[in-house]
Design a protein around this ligand. Structure first.
Ligand code: TXA
Ligand code: MG
Length: 377
């Protein structure tokens, strides 16, 4: 970590948001006197989602594990590859480090972060895991599956936005796991995109959007799964999938040996966030259709089909993508965010995208497309 990669105008800790914890309250002071109050456990009262200063860094991208570790040890956020999407990671036990994630992403502080660990034994240090969750995590191994469980006091309120629960995940990427093994703390990590935009599945995606806002991007190639982890709330009477993702619901049920509920309803200001109606959204309008319909693509628009859109009318061959010509849901998920980005940057005025069949990762793909869909009134 040479001086050349220090933030250009960084004047030390005093210049970044600080978090101090009172009994059940965290008060965050921004450099410019902005304040943000987190009240735990039930009432979340946060008023500075967008006001945290984001610092200019001379961002570097590379494959140096040592650089990534040095920045993380120094309390800085680093983009790391996972099997689902790239995460923006920082020390989950350090409120200062976590505040930098919110600043870099421009993420509202009411939206809690997941905590990443390398093993069930490690997870036990930070959260209370019911036996059935432990068994499921052991049986699954590292993978795109997150459990929401009661948190221990060592996890700062800022990580969970004041909620008494925390999402715990063991990511299945060799670089992320190696980073975790080398560090004495767990890593809080949301997807490494500006809040509300399409999640990154390559290091270049992170670079394109967070350049100047973070010091280092560890390049681990393209993410193999391509959609975020499935989140199961283990604190409800019946285990409930609250976000569809890289582990299909059938697999969750097989792991748990029981049926689960699926409740991924969204609202514009959910009590347990992460289910915002509009998310993963390209900058240009996106409308969602059924692929088998005969669709007339508006002039100047891009098309993102699932398997075959040969019957669509007026498709611009330079602005059309197929998620999976082979009709494979895993391939489609792995391509989804990259193709949405490509369409968004293609100069098109909008995107027509088609739904996936409702099997395997299809529901997770459709969930992302549904939240990405928007059309100006
Ligand atoms: O695959 C993934 O899960 C990726 C990689 C980086 O691990 N992470 C990710 O994090 O998708 P993020 O922050 O982009 O999405 C996590 C979602 C958020 O929408 C958040 O609101 C929700 O999980 N969440 C976090 N903690 C929660 C909690 N205690 N209760 C309910 N929802 C929670
Ligand atoms: Mg995200």
């Amino acid at each position: 970590m040479g001086s050349s990669v220090r933030p250009r105008h960084w004047t030390g800790r005093g210049a970044v948001p600080q978090v101090t914890c009172a009994t059940n309250r965290s008060v965050m002071h921004g450099a410019d006197g902005v304040q943000c109050i987190f009240v735990a456990p039930n009432k979340i009262n946060v008023n500075v989602p967008n006001d945290l200063p984001s610092l200019p860094y001379e961002t570097q991208m590379g494959t140096s594990m040592e650089q990534a570790l040095e920045w993380l040890r120094a309390g800085e956020p680093v983009a790391l590859p996972t099997e689902t999407v790239y995460g923006l990671a920082a020390n989950a036990l350090d409120g200062h480090a976590v505040a930098r994630i919110f600043a870099a992403k421009n993420r509202p502080a009411f939206d809690p972060l997941l905590v990443h660990v390398d093993s069930v034994a490690s997870a036990r240090k930070y959260a209370y895991l019911p036996g059935w969750v432990e068994r499921a995590l052991e049986a699954n191994g590292p993978g795109p599956l997150t459990f929401v469980v009661p948190k221990k006091d060592c996890i700062p309120d800022l990580v969970t936005s004041g909620l008494p629960t925390v999402g715990i995940r063991i990511p299945n990427h060799p670089l992320f796991l190696e980073v975790l093994r080398q560090l004495p703390f767990p890593l809080a990590a949301p997807s490494a995109n500006p809040f509300g935009y399409i999640s990154p599945t390559t290091a270049q995606h992170v670079w394109d959007q967070l350049y100047g806002k973070i010091p280092y991007i560890l390049d681990g190639g393209a993410c193999s799964v391509g959609v975020e982890s499935t989140i199961v709330d283990a604190t409800l009477p019946v285990p409930t999938v609250v976000r569809l993702g890289g582990t299909p619901v059938e697999r969750v049920e097989a792991l748990l040996g029981r049926t689960v509920e699926v409740r991924t309803h969204s609202s514009s200001r959910p009590q347990a966030p992460g289910l915002l109606e509009s998310h993963y959204a390209p900058r240009i309008p996106l409308i969602l259709v059924d692929e088998h319909e005969v669709v007339e693509v508006p002039c100047g628009w891009a098309a993102v089909g699932y398997r075959n859109i040969a019957h669509w009318i007026q498709v611009d061959p330079n602005r059309s993508w197929l998620l999976t010509p082979q009709n494979n849901d895993c391939e489609a998920a792995a391509n989804l965010f990259a193709f949405l980005r490509a369409a968004d940057s293609s100069g098109a005025q909008g995107i027509v995208a088609s739904r996936a069949p409702q099997q395997g990762l299809g529901p997770a793909i459709n969930d992302r497309l549904q939240r990405a869909a928007h059309f100006p009134a």
